[in-house]
Ligand binder design. Structure first.
Ligand code: NAD
Length: 317
């Protein structure tokens, strides 16, 4: 597998709050990049973060971490947007839309001015709506505007199944698709453990999924609410999910990840961004995979798309 053709690996992070910095911290520990550019509305915050992270580099891998203006985006293969307000207790992701759409409309043209070849990785919420806005404002091809989507939700799903069946999560396959939010869809019909469909696996090991199904649905769909209730924000796990997407791009891994992307006819859906399993490599999204779904899952996905379309209508997109 070819690594990325660029001279060195660089990402720029816009929004050096909890999520942006958890991601940058994960990048330093994993040694995934050669350079990180940090940009924030309040410049001092980005500068302090660059200093703090840099002081840890003797314990990790050599790299340059700098803070600055939008010129930091130059030469970056990936520009990550984590700027904006975050969910407060009792707020849904869609409640944030009005505030964060304006921020994305302000940021994206500045990124394009300095780096029209970047891949945009959208993370701020509501991430599906903001990915659509970034796509329209940047005029980049859909393959280059990715959202972190349901990558984390999918990992939570696989993790809970792996705990229940006491199997390494890397051997548990399943996807969460649709909105990264309340209407997301857990694709139970495609779950398999080491290639064995879930129902067959349950029969073979004598352990039915039925008593656990509702709890897993709730834990996956409402995970962020549960964490926010206890500590007001989520950031470590999403930082690692973003690092995983970054790795797939920078190493041209062609990894299948449930990132968010523009629908172009998949399951009859158009003009809305949501998550499906996608092949992710150096050019962004190589392919969107439309696996066969059970009828109820297909309907739920279409329902999720309607929720997002309503959200887009409300903000004028
Ligand atoms: P935070 O408040 O800690 O950080 C946000 C940062 O953005 C702050 O440093 C702020 O100064 C900066 N900022 C605001 N407006 C800006 C602008 N116009 N230009 C540059 N910087 C700007 O918030 P957080 O906890 O890091 O969350 C950031 C976003 O990520 C939120 O929208 C949150 O909902 C979202 N989030 C997404 C996921 C996901 O799975 N997609 C998970 C967790 C959080």
């Amino acid at each position: 597998m070819q690594s990325h053709p660029y001279r060195h690996r660089k990402v720029a992070v816009i929004g050096t709050g909890l999520v942006g910095m958890s991601y940058a911290y994960a990048l330093t520990i994993k040694g995934l990049v050669r350079e990180i550019g940090l940009i924030n509305r309040t410049a001092a915050k980005a500068e302090g973060e660059a200093m703090d992270l840099s002081h840890g580099l003797p314990f990790t891998k050599p790299m340059d971490i700098r803070a600055g203006g939008y010129e930091m985006c130059r030469d970056a293969q990936i520009v990550v947007i984590t700027a904006g307000a975050s969910q407060q207790e009792g707020e849904t992701r869609l409640d944030l839309a009005q505030r964060n759409v304006k921020i994305v409309e302000d940021i994206v043209p500045k990124v394009m001015e300095h780096n029209p070849d970047a891949i945009l990785l959208m993370v701020s919420n509501p991430v599906d709506i903001l990915t659509h806005v970034a796509l329209k404002v940047s005029k980049l091809p859909p393959s280059r505007v990715i959202s972190s989507g349901t990558v984390l939700d999918t990992m939570r799903f696989r993790h809970l199944l792996s705990e229940y069946y006491a199997v390494d999560p890397r051997n548990v396959h399943g996807y969460v698709i649709g909105e990264h939010g309340d209407s997301e869809v857990l694709v139970w019909s495609r779950v398999n453990i080491a290639g064995i469909p879930l129902l067959n696996y349950c029969e073979a090991c004598g352990k039915s999924i039925d008593p656990k199904k509702e709890m897993i649905e709730d834990d996956v769909r409402n995970a962020a609410y549960h964490v926010i209730e206890k500590k007001q924000a989520t950031y470590y796990a999403i930082g690692l999910a973003m690092a995983r997407i970054t790795e797939a791009v920078l190493m041209n891994q062609h990894s299948v990840l449930t990132v968010g992307t523009l629908m172009q006819g998949e399951y009859g859906l158009d003009d809305v961004c949501l998550s499906l399993p996608c092949v992710v490599g150096a050019e962004g999204i190589d392919r969107v995979l439309s696996n066969p779904l059970a009828d109820n899952e297909k309907k739920a996905l279409q329902g999720s798309a309607r929720v997002l379309r309503k959200g887009l209508d409300a903000v004028g997109y």
